[in-house]
Design a protein around this ligand. Sequence first.
Ligand code: SF4
Length: 276
Amino acid sequence: MLSHKNKIDTKGVIFDLKKFAIHDGPGIRTTIFFKGCPLRCWWCHNPESHKLLPEKFDGCNTRRGLNHPFSPNEDEVGREVTADEIINEIEKDRIFYDESGGGVTFSGGEPLMQPDFLKELLNYCKSSEINSSVDTSGYSVEDSLKKILDLPDNFLFDLKMIDDELHQKYTSVSNKRIHKNLKIIDDAEKNIFIRIPVVPGITDSEENLFATRDFISTLNNVSEIDLLPYHRAGEGKYNKINKENKLDKIMTPENGYMEEIKKIFNELNCKVKIGG
Ligand code: SF4
């Protein structure tokens, strides 16, 4: 039963919907994972999310536990859904958002690859007074970003590597557009959570960490920095979907090491957290 009056038929492709998420922004959240991402980060733990359309991986059973009714076949990842279907799922947990200061996070993949679908869902959240966050790599055309810029309450924005050559090597895209988009979001005075993946031997060089800190210090609306330790949860998927895992055998950084990195960012005038 729909709890909203106007049916919204705009369609998009998602590959997961996670309830009671506590690492994707403030409070208890429902996280919607959009399919499609223009980056190819070496440390990506969702390699099955990269292509925009639903994909079949024969006999692999690789799908990420999509909640009913978002489960297609066991060897298929992603499904086309209407905004209405997602809104119904969002509404089921409204009581938890209200009690915990939570809401909905649109993640991926890269949600800005489906700007019209994203806009419909953000519009719904705004008009229904549900807190919303967009979790983005920042790599999108300016038009897509501007289409939704006013709508979310928070942006969770990844900063991976400041050196552009290294960024291109490890993510397959330049960071110039990413940095420009972050400035646009900051100029619009949106609340920003910066998310920094700490990947041993790649993003954790002193040079990169200090340069990241200096870049953040030029922004005015960053309320929190989340240091995300690399984890190996996605490793098994690469074999299953027959993709090369370039980070084989990299270990998760230890707590003491993460605390040292945290000290670098503590100088900034915002909350710094280890984990999302
Ligand atoms: S931006 Fe995120 S989803 Fe896209 S490749 Fe990088 S880690 Fe994976």
